[in-house]
Design a protein around this ligand. Structure first.
Ligand SMILES: Nc1ncnc2c1ncn2[C@@H]1O[C@H](COP(=O)(O)OP(=O)(O)OP(=O)(O)O)[C@@H](O)[C@H]1O
Length: 849
């Protein structure tokens, strides 16, 4: 019939195009040219080998990118959209995918419209930019005349994909899924795109740089090779081999896959990352700016204390509980509504008040919804022959609008300055204990009032209530983890500064400075920058949503990567602007979830911190396999230099095809396995990475080339010369014409080849950590890597022992004693790097206070 109310994310037949793209990207084109040149030069086997390399790499890259796309697509399943519908007269929450034409939707502020629908009642403000490109919100109301020419302009219709930024309405669904307007547009451009992340961009640049260096080296080699005694054709082939071996075509897809695996890992921990690049940004987070309610606290509230209009403790006066219960929209039986209102209703009921939500709603004639700027909410209800306004909100907002107060004894008296001061002190005392304080007021009218300003003036203060919202158990440990990881935590909340500071301190946040909304508004940019870079942790209280935008901007301006949380419609601009917008999956509005880069399924602060850890781990792992891949350059290039510089007196220690076998065969799986390495100890006790820091650092190059590369280079040449000298070779001897020496030469190049393979096993083990000692992560803890090394050895054995491959790669089984020489190679390379890391750790410890 109608099918599910969802859009297909991708067209299925795109894979040939994707595969073709892998075969034709610029680095692959470079290799195609090399293959053609090799063919023209008459070495078919080299040409075929290069073609095999391009095809294998394309297949691997294609598979990796498919995996990455699946990982991102699968996220949708973690966060199904729900909609409130009225079915058979009852309101319930259903999966948006299950909506069918005829369903009656209840739409409110912050909802994404889940299907095309016609308004039945009410009015909405709609942001239709996703559909029309028009950025200013439009009015839609059931009672407007419909004269529009295009359906999208109709004032009585709302469309799937648009979002509701204000108002409330009921609407009947007339189209779902691909029959919607959005469905028609989406069918044209449904493919989810993986935008390139800064890391991928950097690595692409590095890959090009290496390709350019390889090409340059190949060009330089040509005359050197000829000078050393090679023919022009031989030198030419050699140059091509050098080029092919060093073009890092497999690097990018491996990184994409590592990031995608990070996305999957984060999703398992409750953080849905909508962009691959967010994984690395999370890893460099320097500041987390969090809201309080529900993120630091459990958002499970209970009224702990009630006071009368003069601030004395009371046991719930009926006037107070009635006003509290009337000034709510929550429905405890359906479990719908704000947790604070649910707590107020529980409190009113436990104090003996009986007021069913249907009765409450039927007697209501006006509703002024909670406004985060005004920090209050008001209803006007019909009571007997008259009308009554019920107001609840932040005490400082309400107190200025009250002229009288109700005492515990039920007497109404004028509020004097002295009583106001006393009340303010009482509220401060409650807030200092971490209570969320709410004032409640009311006023009677003979005629239904219209204007909000009138309704909310000359009120009588009925009392104040204090609600407990305990901190989440896991937050204190997460804050401590932030501190040891050099991450500062600021709180930006709409709540009272004292309450916020008390809660912040309970979970270990410094709260060194409390800045309220007006103070922030008055603060010049330079002062704000100075405050934010002072190293203090700040509580921004009574903050308007715009303040968050300003804080996000200021932090960004100071060069600090900020993760900013939010849940409301008004938070969306800040979520978009922050380096990382973090929305609440359970509590947040659809608008916030769409604006954010990360959605927390459990709304928990601790989940952000696990996300940071995961981000750091993934970024580290990318460095680990770059380190591993870079390290082989020295033992591969050194033999050529020796050959060229000796003017041919030393025969070539490693052939081109042998190099290809290493770079594109034996090495691939261990590199992939390094991308899956677990977090190393100390990962969260390092300061955050600078935004400007490159993925390839001087330290990485020193380890790759200066330490592991040099040690490997010396070792493999040692192996090579040992075999040659043992067979009686002397510099300048002819290794082609003399059959004994020729066999020894084949054995010697085989030992060089095996030497590189053995050294790369040591490199792989050493690359597993950046700073930690290998024994701290466990020598056998990365099973994939052990498997990868086993594969590396099996592949090498096949090349050395299978006669068919011996012919292609020019290998011969070396003498048994050579293996005794090769056996310690992995340990020696690894030990050299282990010593260097131990020195780095000591230097790091000395730097720390
Ligand atoms: N439903 C409501 N009705 C009346 N007043 C409310 C309501 N919700 C919140 N308030 C008042 O407005 C203040 C600000 O609320 P807001 O929702 O902006 O922030 P918050 O929930 O306290 O904190 P956070 O920003 O950390 O989530 C609250 O401290 C409370 O005094």
């Amino acid at each position: 019939m109608h099918g599910p109310n969802a859009l297909a994310l991708r067209e299925a037949q795109q894979w040939p195009v994707a595969l073709l793209k892998q075969l034709s990207h610029p680095l692959a084109l470079l290799l195609w040219v090399a293959a053609v040149l090799a063919w023209i030069a008459g070495t078919r086997e080299l040409a075929w080998a290069i073609v095999a390399v391009v095809v294998l790499n394309a297949a691997l890259a294609f598979w990796q990118e498919e995996q990455a796309e699946h990982a991102v697509e699968a996220l949708g399943e973690y966060l199904p959209q729900h909609s409130e519908v009225r079915r058979d007269g009852r309101v319930s929450s259903v999966l948006a995918a299950d909506l069918v034409p005829g369903d009656v939707l209840l739409l409110g502020e912050g909802d994404r419209v889940p299907a095309d629908a016609r308004l039945l009642s009410g009015a909405l403000e709609i942001d239709a930019s996703a559909l029309t490109g028009e950025s200013s919100p439009v009015e839609r109301a059931a009672d407007l005349p419909d004269t529009a020419l295009r359906p999208v302009d109709s004032p009585v219709l709302v469309f799937s994909g648009t979002v509701c930024t204000g108002g409330a309405a009921e609407a009947v669904v007339h189209a779902t899924g691909r029959h919607t307007e959005l469905g028609r547009i989406a069918a044209l451009s449904a493919r989810v795109r993986l935008a390139e992340s800064p890391l991928e961009h950097q690595v692409r640049r590095v890959a090009w740089l290496i390709a350019a260096v390889a090409t340059g080296a190949a060009v330089v080699f040509l005359p050197l090779g000829v000078l050393a005694g090679l023919s022009w054709t031989q030198a030419f082939l050699f140059a091509i081999g050098l080029l092919v071996a060093n073009v890092p075509e497999g690097l990018l897809p491996t990184i994409t896959l590592a990031l995608a695996a990070g996305v999957r890992g984060m999703a398992r921990r409750g953080a849905l990352v909508k962009r691959l690049s967010a994984v690395e940004t999370l890893g460099s987070t320097a500041v987390i700016c969090t809201d309080k309610t529900g993120t630091l606290t459990r958002n499970v509230m209970r009224v702990a204390e009630a006071r009368d209009g003069l601030g004395s403790l009371t046991s719930a006066d009926p006037a107070l509980t009635t006003a509290l219960a009337r000034c709510t929209t929550a429905d405890p039986r359906a479990g719908i509504g704000d947790p604070m209102e649910l707590a107020l209703l529980v409190f009113a009921e436990s104090s003996g008040l009986r007021l069913a939500p249907e009765t409450r709603d039927s007697q209501r004639i006006r509703l002024f919804r909670f406004d985060p700027h005004l920090k209050r909410m008001t209803t006007v209800d019909r009571v007997g022959d008259g009308y009554r306004a019920n107001v609840k909100g932040a005490p400082e907002e309400l107190l200025t609008r009250c002229t009288s107060a109700l005492s515990d004894a039920g007497a109404e008296q004028t509020l004097t300055d002295r009583e106001r001061a006393r009340l303010a002190a009482v509220v401060d005392g409650m807030a200092d204990r971490g209570l969320r304080v709410l004032a409640v007021a009311g006023r009677a009218f003979d005629h239904p009032p219209e204007d909000r300003a009138v309704v909310e003036s000359q009120l009588c203060l009925l009392g104040v209530v204090g609600l407990i919202d305990p901190p989440r158990a896991e937050v204190a440990a997460a804050v401590a983890a932030c501190h040891s990881a050099g991450i500062r935590v600021h709180v930006a909340t709409g709540d009272n500064g004292r309450t916020a500071a008390a809660i912040a301190q309970q979970v270990g946040i410094g709260a060194d400075h409390v800045v309220d909304g007006p103070a922030l508004d008055a603060m010049p940019e330079t002062d704000l920058d100075a405050l934010l870079t002072s190293g203090q942790e700040i509580v921004f209280c009574r903050a308007a949503p715009e303040s968050k935008l300003r804080i996000a901007d200021a932090l960004h301006h100071c060069g600090q990567v900020v993760a900013m949380t939010g849940d409301g419609v008004n938070d969306a601009p800040a979520l978009r602007r922050a380096d990382l917008g973090v929305a609440m999956g359970a509590r947040g509005t659809d608008v916030a979830r769409e604006a954010a880069t990360i959605v927390l399924t459990d709304d928990n602060f601790a989940t952000i911190v696990s996300g940071v850890e995961e981000g750091r781990r993934v970024y580290d792992n990318v460095r680990k396999f770059i380190l591993y891949i870079f390290a082989h350059a020295v033992p591969e290039v050194l033999p050529f230099l020796l050959f060229a510089l000796s003017g041919g007196a030393v025969p070539l220690p490693l052939t081109v095809l042998q190099i290809l076998a290493i770079d594109l065969g034996t090495e691939t799986l261990p590199a992939l396995a390094l991308g899956r390495e677990r977090a190393e100890p100390g990962l969260m006790s390092r300061p955050p990475r600078q935004r400007t820091e490159s993925v390839v650092t001087g330290r990485l190059l020193l380890r790759a080339w200066g330490i592991m590369g040099v040690v490997s280079g010396i070792l493999v040449l040692l192996g090579f010369f040992a075999v040659l000298l043992a067979a009686g070779w002397r510099p300048g001897a002819d290794v082609v014409g003399d059959p004994v020496l020729h066999h020894a030469y084949l054995q010697a190049t085989t030992v060089t080849f095996l030497g590189v393979v053995f050294c790369q096993i040591g490199t792989a083990m050493a690359s597993r950590t950046q700073y930690a000692a290998l024994r701290d992560v466990g020598v056998t803890s990365n099973k994939l890597l052990l498997g990868g090394c086993a594969f590396e050895l099996a592949f090498a054995a096949a090349i050395v022992y299978l006669p068919a491959l011996q012919a292609v790669f020019g290998t011969a089984p070396p003498p048994a004693w050579a293996f005794a020489l090769l056996a310690p190679f992995p340990v020696l390379v690894w030990a050299a790097d282990e010593l260097y890391r131990a020195r780095s750790r000591r230097a790091f410890d000395d730097e720390m206070p």
